[in-house]
Design a protein around this ligand. Sequence first.
Ligand code: PLP
Ligand SMILES: N[C@@H](CCSC[C@H](N)C(=O)O)C(=O)O
Length: 435
Amino acid sequence: MDNSKTKANVSVKTSRGKDLEGHDLPPSPAPSSPRPRRKYALATELVYTESNDQYNASSIPIYQSATFKQSSASGSGEYDYTRSGNPTRTHVERHLAKIMSASRALVVTSGMAALDVITRLLRPGDEVVTGEDLYGGSHRLLKFLSTTSGIIVHHVDTTNVDAVTGVLSDKTTLVLLETPTNPLLKIVDIPAIAAAAHSANPDCLVSVDNTMLSPLLQTPLDLGADIVYESGTKYLSGHHDIMAGVIAVNNTVLGDKLYHSINVFGCGLSPNDSWLLIRGVKTLGVRMDKQQANAQRIAEFLEDLGLKVRFPGLRSHPQYDLHWSMARGAGAVLSFETGDVEKSERIVESARLWGISVSFGCVNSLISMPCRMSHASIDAKTRAERAMPEDIVRLCVGIEDADDLIDDLRRALVQAGAVDVSPEGIKALENEAQS
Ligand SMILES: Cc1ncc(COP(=O)(O)O)c(C=O)c1O
Ligand SMILES: N[C@@H](CCSC[C@H](N)C(=O)O)C(=O)O
């Protein structure tokens, strides 16, 4: 990673009108720093937006324009070309910076595009430290970089700070964390790992994928991270109608470098999707409250049956205290095991209300088998080495009525032969109950 212009040498400045290579370009867009003012509770901030729209439109207009006319041949307008900047995109970026505890947020075409932009900071020979339980697409991107770009990637158990410290060195330029992890819901100690990474290499960037919780429930920049990114396809937009990614930072030069890549490679979010993203963000609070409450009830229902359930809202979660020391909620993704891949398949296929689908964070509830679906890009051998249970069923809880969701799940468990049915009720089969 070329750190000379990020942490180590923050004196390198980009001036308006010049990009990072010194090219004299139209100065678009304005940095998305929110202006200082009273801070409200997050639930309020999600809804409260500010804009300098000429007609004071309550909803930001969609500037569906690729180009912007300039008032002079010097091309000095704030915007010139939508790949470089667009007012609708700037609006959502300013809003997200505010709720992500950042000075600058950038929105791109997907969560993977966000990780791509971040990893473009890396240079051959740089070392990346990341987890073993990692979203399949992130694993695939890192594998691609390690096989094509001379980047060295260490996958370690990031729930163990000593294991992380053991591979950190002055060559570590990026630490990539997910917490809770997808799909095993493991918790990673962001402050401890950030401190260890910065002590091994003060220029190391600690980046946290916050997709599983959203900024409503966790703000990694307040916990020692340098970069936070999310798939906006999930909770932020909330309806599975767009793909989006968000990156947020508090270092001006780092923000400029990330923006530079977005302009160079052309992955900025479209005006229409930027508008859908901000519309989704405004209802994040109410959606997440309901999704979390439903998820808690479902996790307790499954645990009461005697199944092994992974959910940070359960007291039985081995890292319950660590999770709640960093987060303001448990989220709405949980997973459970049945001990038998075919039985898990039958459960998934017996559910009616739960859609068989990848992704999460949507208003609709979803059920999936990560090893066959979202994490199929991690080969079976690697999954086995990382102790990923092939039978794991992931539930991504939506905003439906909790009783309806539980009824449908109960029926699916019975239909799949995954539980003992007796006059007293249903219970996990003896060999599948958690010890
Ligand atoms: C934790 C996590 N990070 C990143 C991504 C990538 O996001 P996207 O699908 O928007 O590219 C996903 C899912 O796809 C995810 O689950
Ligand atoms: N076929 C897709 C799978 C996307 S998984 C989406 C989401 N992150 C999840 O965890 O469900 C791919 O190959 O990326």
